[in-house]
Ligand binder design. Structure first.
Ligand code: ADP
Length: 209
């Protein structure tokens, strides 16, 4: 007996860089979840001509712009990922804009089996109700190896891991932990289990559940 499809369960999907968050979101989307990606929204709110970009330039200077007037994300990342103060100032500008956009897009998910808000860090929630916080988890060493394979350099990996919560801090945030310390097949099985729990239904046939 499934949950009502009128008001789908809302899930905040999060986890450290390299934990496998995007892989989980891709699966859920394939299975019919309405996935809202905070990273995408964070890029949209600083597009050329936006109030968001104007605010970022006012804070960090025109040095974080590319010659074509768009945000030079690499230049900005280089500054904020090594300086928690500057990261905090950037987040104060971006987060409210992202929350506003997220609330709108999440509302468009009515009728989906599940609504998922994929977010790199669980700050305050843009939802009125209490969503289920799902944390994708893998040991630090496994995350490092994945990021190396994805082409990130050792210094960037060290800096980014250091700018994030520790594994223990991540786990403390979780209502549900999705273990991704194993193979991709094992991950699919765990996600299928979560799907059943949250929707009361099996994932679509052929989904590996
Ligand atoms: P995140 O979005 O949390 O940074 P991704 O989903 O992008 O993580 O995963 C990081 C990298 O690790 C990707 O290249 C992905 O294909 C790979 N990956 C994810 N889960 C597994 C797994 N269980 N086994 C092997 N590689 C994985």
């Amino acid at each position: 007996m499934g949950h009502s499809k009128e008001i789908p369960r809302t899930v905040v999907l999060t986890g450290g860089i390299g934990s496998g968050k995007s892989s989980v979101a891709r699966l859920l989307r394939e299975w019919g979840a309405h996935v809202v990606d905070a990273d995408v929204l964070a890029r949209e709110v600083v597009l050329p001509g936006s109030a968001g970009l104007a605010a970022v330039v006012a804070e960090f200077g025109a040095g974080i712009l590319s010659p074509d007037g768009s945000l030079d994300r690499a230049a900005l990342a280089e500054r904020v990922f090594v300086d928690p103060d500057q990261l905090g100032r950037l987040e104060e500008i971006i987060h409210p804009l992202v929350h506003e956009a997220a609330a709108e897009q999440v509302g468009a998910g009515r009728g989906a089996a599940l609504v998922v808000y994929e977010v790199p860090l669980p700050g305050s929630s843009p939802f009125g109700d209490q969503p289920v916080v799902v944390v994708v988890d893998a040991p630090d060493e496994v995350r490092r190896e994945r990021l190396l394979r994805r082409g990130l350099g050792e210094p960037q990996i060290v800096a980014r891991l250091a700018s994030q919560p520790t594994r223990e801090q991540w786990l403390a945030l979780a209502d549900q932990v999705l273990d991704n310390g194993g193979s991709e097949g094992e991950l699919t099985a765990h996600v299928a289990e979560l799907w059943r729990e949250l929707t009361g239904e099996d994932p679509p046939v052929g989904a590996g559940g």
